[in-house]
Design a protein around this ligand. Structure first.
Ligand SMILES: [Ca+2]
Ligand SMILES: [Ca+2]
Ligand SMILES: [Ca+2]
Ligand SMILES: [Ca+2]
Length: 293
């Protein structure tokens, strides 16, 4: 980091100010972030911090799956007619055969300034994590799309003696409805629960896990081409297969806010990812989703 700053200062001194039109050009540092092309983890994106959440030598700023190791950056599965690679890598594309998905936000929780994207309290960013026990953050700026996924990468989760929850939330109109996907600990049991405020709920039991097992908890809302709203809740533990539960929604508006919350749990998130999608057609958010008719 210090070296990066030193290089940036040297370049700044050598090139003078940047007027934004005919600014300095350095063929050895195309994005002018102070990191020479040869070692820049994103040679075409200004990312002086060079953070690489998944350690695949592709920086977060240009990684098409910033929380999944995919050094090859493969984006190959949109093979239906009129589909094309959408910039979401095969390693994390929730609708691999359908184009127009986007990675709308990525929070590596590497910089305390990331907190400025949220309102709320209780979460603390330090040591490349965000931690909380009773905490809630709500996004300030919604992500635009017909569908939205908010995905928390949980590095550790230990329940306290009290019953506790860890939740990811996406919202429709931001007023009366929201879709909450939670791990709920009651007594000795953990349950995966999806609920819409004022609407349906669904749940399933989750197998016991250890505090340091990696957990990926995701909530998704989308529309089918029949204009039926769907919300789905997913959990994967220790790299295992996803468990999924669904509800049909009553909220027809797409705003795209998201939130993360916990009560009575010692939880650390290594990162969080927001993805958006267009219409999800018949089978939203499965590995075998289909193209719109
Ligand atoms: Ca760069
Ligand atoms: Ca990476
Ligand atoms: Ca990656
Ligand atoms: Ca893709």
């Amino acid at each position: 980091m210090l070296r990066a700053v030193a290089i940036a200062l040297l370049l700044s001194a050598a090139c003078g100010g940047d007027d934004g039109i005919s600014g300095p050009v350095d063929p050895n540092d195309l994005d002018l972030d102070g990191i020479p092309n040869a070692i820049d983890l994103c040679p075409h994106d200004q990312d002086p911090a060079q953070h690489d959440e998944d350690g695949d030598r592709v920086g977060d700023a240009c990684d098409n799956c910033p929380a999944a190791t995919n050094a090859d950056q493969a984006d190959t599965t949109e093979t239906f007619e009129r589909q094309f690679p959408d910039g979401v890598g095969d390693a994390c594309d929730r609708r691999p055969t359908v184009a127009d998905d986007t990675i709308a936000r990525f929070y590596p929780f590497a910089d305390p300034a990331e907190a400025s994207a949220f309102t709320g309290s209780g979460w603390t960013i330090a040591a490349d994590r965000v931690t909380g026990t009773t905490a809630r953050w709500v996004s300030k700026a919604p992500a635009q799309g017909d569908g939205i996924t908010f995905q928390a990468h949980i590095a550790s989760l230990a329940w306290t003696p009290a019953d506790g929850t860890v939740s990811v939330v996406v919202d429709g109109d931001g007023i009366s409805s929201g879709f909450t996907c939670s791990l709920v600990h009651t007594g000795a049991d953990t349950t995966l629960v999806i609920a819409e405020i004022g609407g349906a709920t669904n749940s399933t039991t989750v197998a016991p896990f250890q505090p340091n097992d990696k957990i990926v908890l995701s909530v998704t809302r989308a529309y089918t081409h029949l204009a039926v709203g769907k919300a789905a809740c997913f959990v994967s533990i220790g790299g295992g297969p996803e468990q999924r539960i669904d509800i049909t929604t009553i909220d027809d508006l797409a705003i795209g806010s998201y939130a993360m919350a916990t009560t009575a749990a010692d939880v650390a998130l290594s990162s969080a990812l927001v993805m958006t999608t267009p219409f999800a057609c018949d089978t939203p958010f499965t590995g075998a989703s289909v193209a719109c008719p």
